[in-house]
Design a protein around this ligand. Structure first.
Ligand code: HEM
Ligand SMILES: *[C@@H]1O[C@H](CO)[C@@H](O)[C@H](O)[C@H]1NC(C)=O
Ligand SMILES: *[C@@H]1O[C@H](CO)[C@@H](O)[C@H](O)[C@H]1NC(C)=O
Ligand SMILES: *[C@@H]1O[C@H](CO)[C@@H](O)[C@H](O)[C@H]1NC(C)=O
Ligand SMILES: *[C@@H]1O[C@H](CO)[C@@H](O)[C@H](O)[C@H]1NC(C)=O
Length: 536
């Protein structure tokens, strides 16, 4: 500090402090600057530029959620990050505007980056995938566009949706009955079961079967079930993609074993005994020049989409129902009311000739549906992400810069009391009953269609949402009719918090395992319902 001029009033240390402070203020102010007067309000981090990235890295999905809740008055805001922007949308009508602007705000450029890492696709396949990503009318259509069109069409309301929903319900019933039968023979049927692990098993085995047929890899080798969940739990690490075979060892190993088995399945032509939708997926991949090895990886992603959210949402729905005796009896009675004796099978309803019509579950079991919606509202904290492909003025008001990222913060919208009513943090299915009643009378109380974010929205709306609802309602109904689920100590079942410190790739899992006793209901209910037939 000999460089200080004669008569300088500050000590060397104070000078340094002053320089740092001034630089900090300048950088902080600079980081708060808008790129355009109409850019959404900027929220600068106390740690300019990299602070938000650090927050996200350290706290996962929670970071933006709490930022959004603290800045509730802003429908959209800007997070400055090095050389770019992240825009966060926390209000339903703006979310709808983002969804409509699908040309400028597109999800598709992100898909290849994510799938390459998560699925481990090779360079040649990625080249095919990047072709014609966002085709306009008349353009040649790439692989992704073709496969998405097909999946949306197959899962859209119609006869194939009914067919595959019934296949799924029957397969789930077979698994539930197999559990009931094995349970009878185990002397320790009072042995506590991990509820999530139990649901995982039911859904994984059934899904593999109704999509991929009797020769599916998981039916041939049950060790692959564990591989599947290892893959799921390491997805965040695979996404980071730094030497995944070392840093994400279990997930990597699980994925590669599954891929190998799926490749063999395809080589043997077993997909020809699978569902129509899988046959069509394989056909499209091969038409676009995919190898069998790459196609196996693409099918792993479909299996993943079919299993993970159906599992975690079924888990929460069962847990909430069985944790509340009053709710259990309401839901059980609703389901019992729509059960129809199957006349074609004669009068012997005692031996279990019943039909359960899934449409009736949706139309006449309001509390069951309210529980379904409320569990999805509480469980989904994920962000719909889009790339800003060109400068645009969103909703004629907000300037968004090309190259930035925009996210719709589902977790923030799902925690908005002005939309959902009081006590948004707690489970209260009654809110959906009230919302429904009110919406009949006054438009004012209607929930904005883009406010419920569990299935995403716009171009990335989950194609499987109708199917998922049919499947989950069927499974939950069967279990509610056939079993009692209790806490091991005979007390109340405790509902744990969600583990929200992970990358939310699906409905969040509980922070601690839930151990329960599952027993067949007395009065031969299992026998009564064991021939249950599904209809739609
Ligand atoms: C409650 C259960 C479910 C929830 C909450 C859910 C939610 C979602 C969401 C939010 C997305 C969009 C993800 C994104 O932005 O990339 C998505 C995509 C998808 N979902 Fe679901 N889903 C569920 C069940 C299912 C089921 C049972 C299937 C059956 C196969 C399925 C098939 C798909 C597929 C294929 C995609 C990818 C669409 C694409 O990338 O083009 N989903 N799901
Ligand atoms: C599952 O649902 C969550 C919550 O809505 C969503 O964020 C996520 O993308 C979905 N995952 C898959 C694989 O569909
Ligand atoms: C939300 O889910 C999608 C698809 O599962 C995933 O790619 C994305 O990274 C998730 N977003 C966040 C912010 O976790
Ligand atoms: C939450 O999940 C992550 C990833 O599975 C796990 O590493 C972590 O231990 C869990 N947190 C708690 C408190 O269980
Ligand atoms: C199921 O119920 C719906 C609505 O009541 C009805 O339209 C449909 O025909 C029923 N399905 C069967 C197979 O009975």
């Amino acid at each position: 500090m000999d460089l200080l001029p004669e008569g300088w009033p500050l000590s060397p240390i104070a000078t340094w402090v002053a320089i740092v402070a001034v630089t900090y203020v300048l950088v902080y102010q600079y980081s708060k600057q808008k790129l355009d007067a109409k850019e959404p309000p900027v929220i600068a981090s106390g740690f300019p530029f990299i602070g938000h990235l650090l927050g996200m890295a350290l706290q996962g999905g929670k970071y933006i959620k709490s930022l959004g809740i603290r800045n509730r008055h802003l429908p959209i805001f800007t997070l400055p990050v090095p050389r770019s922007r992240i825009y966060i949308v926390t209000e339903p009508s703006l979310a709808a505007a983002v969804q409509r602007a699908s040309k400028a705000l597109s999800f598709t450029p992100i898909i290849p980056e994510v799938t390459e890492r998560v699925l481990g696709l090779d360079k040649a396949t990625m080249e095919i995938t990047r072709k014609n990503l966002d085709p306009g009318p008349g353009d040649e259509r790439g692989f992704l566009a073709d496969i998405q069109d097909m999946v949306y069409a197959f899962f859209g309301l119609g006869s194939y949706l009914n067919e595959i929903s019934l296949d799924a319900a029957r397969e789930l019933r077979n698994e539930v009955l197999a559990f009931a039968a094995s349970h009878e023979n185990v002397p320790g049927s009072k042995r506590p079961v991990d509820l999530l692990a139990w649901v995982r098993h039911l859904v994984t085995v059934s899904t593999a079967k109704y999509f991929y047929g009797p020769h599916n890899p998981i039916a041939l080798d049950s060790k692959l079930i564990e591989c599947f969940w290892d893959f799921d739990h390491g997805l965040g690490k695979l996404l980071i993609n730094a030497f995944p075979s070392v840093t994400a060892r279990k997930a990597y190993r699980g994925r590669e074993l599954l891929v190998k088995a799926l490749e063999k399945y395809l080589e043997n032509g077993h997909h020809t005994t699978g569902s129509k939708i899988v046959q069509k997926r394989v056909e499209i991949a091969l038409q676009h020049g995919w190898t069998l090895r790459a196609t196996a990886r693409s099918e792993l992603s479909f299996l993943f989409a079919g299993i993970v959210n159906a599992t975690t949402s079924t888990f929460w729905i069962l847990l909430q129902i069985f944790a509340d005796p009053q709710l259990l009896s309401t839901v059980r009675e609703e389901i019992r009311q729509v059960l129809r004796p199957d006349k074609s099978k004669g009068k012997d309803t005692y031996r279990g000739n019943y039909t359960l019509n899934i449409t009736d579950l949706k139309d006449h079991c309001p509390m069951l549906i309210a529980v379904y919606r409320e569990c999805l509202r509480l469980g989904s904290d994920n962000y719909s992400t889009r790339m800003v492909k060109e400068d645009i003025l969103l909703a004629d008001r907000y300037f968004l810069k090309k190259g930035a990222v925009i996210q719709i913060a589902g977790g923030v919208i799902h925690a908005d009391e002005s939309i959902w009513g009081d006590g948004v943090e707690s489970f209260n299915p009654g809110r959906f009953l009230e919302l429904k009643q009110q919406s009949g009378n006054t438009r004012q109380n209607q929930v904005h269609p883009a406010a419920f974010r569990a299935f995403g929205g716009g171009k990335t709306l989950c194609p499987g949402r109708h199917f998922a609802m049919n499947e989950i309602l069927s499974l939950v109904s069967l279990i509610v009719l056939m079993f009692d689920i209790e806490a091991p100590d005979g007390g109340m079942i405790n509902v744990p918090r969600k583990n929200d410190s992970v990358l939310p790739v699906h409905i969040l899992e509980p922070i601690s395992p839930v151990k329960v006793l599952i027993s067949k209901r007395r009065d031969t209910h299992v026998e009564v319902y064991s021939n249950i037939e599904f209809a739609l």
